[in-house]
Write a protein that binds this ligand. Structure first.
Ligand code: CA
Length: 225
């Protein structure tokens, strides 16, 4: 899950970034509305965590602007404005969820997973794909009932593919999901993770779509492991 965090308070931001990275999520942080616009224009995100009190523009104005432009990115609003009228204004203004500061990091994480689940139209946290079973909130993976240990980057890659099972994802999109948009990634780094995932989950698990990118392929029990 690639998250864009828009938050101008460096302490709050670093707490969220550190906490969510520990849970294996990929998160990029910007501190202003203008930088948020720039990030969305150049990178692929699954969800946005948006603070309302930003230095250059009110978060609600920014969100309304995104919705008018047709951006349907799920947005969780994070704010100190806790009056019911503010919550209602937030939800009607295009927010998908609303969390009042101070908040619990586990709750933020849980709400982000619920949001992604809702967007994907799933009723549970588990995504099944052939012999593969994936728990979106804990990141646990089973193949033919056997647990499989994946490294953080492998998990981010598998998560991106399983959350978009029909889609062809470009190398750029997958790099965004695995590394975040600010990091300089060696061009063959993604290939290394693809290779490891294929070794652990069977070669067909990631289909190469020539010239376009990659797609989730068949998940079968790996013979000989
Ligand atoms: Ca703020």
């Amino acid at each position: 899950m690639h998250i864009l965090l828009v938050e101008d308070d460096p302490l709050v931001a670093s707490g969220i970034v550190t906490g969510l990275r520990l849970h294996g999520l990929t998160i990029d942080h910007v501190g202003t509305a203008r930088l948020a616009d720039a990030a969305l224009a150049t990178s692929y995100f699954d969800v946005c965590v948006l603070d309302l009190g930003l230095p250059d523009e009110d978060g609600m104005v920014l969100l309304r602007h995104w919705r008018e432009e047709g951006r349907d990115l799920p947005v969780l609003v994070l704010t100190a404005r806790d009056a019911p009228c503010h919550r209602v204004e937030g939800l009607l203004g295009g927010a998908d969820d609303y969390l009042v500061k101070p908040f619990d990091l586990d709750e933020l994480q849980a709400r982000l997973h619920v949001l992604m689940r809702r967007v994907a139209g799933r009723a549970t946290d588990y995504i099944e794909h052939g012999a593969l079973r994936f728990c979106a909130s804990t990141g646990q993976v089973w193949l033919a009932g056997e647990p499989v240990m994946l490294a953080r980057r492998e998990l981010a890659l598998l998560r991106a593919l399983m959350q978009n099972p029909q889609a062809i994802l470009s190398t750029e999109q997958l790099c965004d999901c695995v590394y975040g948009y600010e990091q300089n990634v060696e061009s063959n780094a993604l290939n290394v993770h693809i290779h490891h995932l294929r070794r652990k989950l069977g070669t067909p698990i990631i289909e190469t779509v020539r010239g376009l990118g990659y797609r989730l392929g068949a998940a079968e029990k790996v013979v000989g492991t």
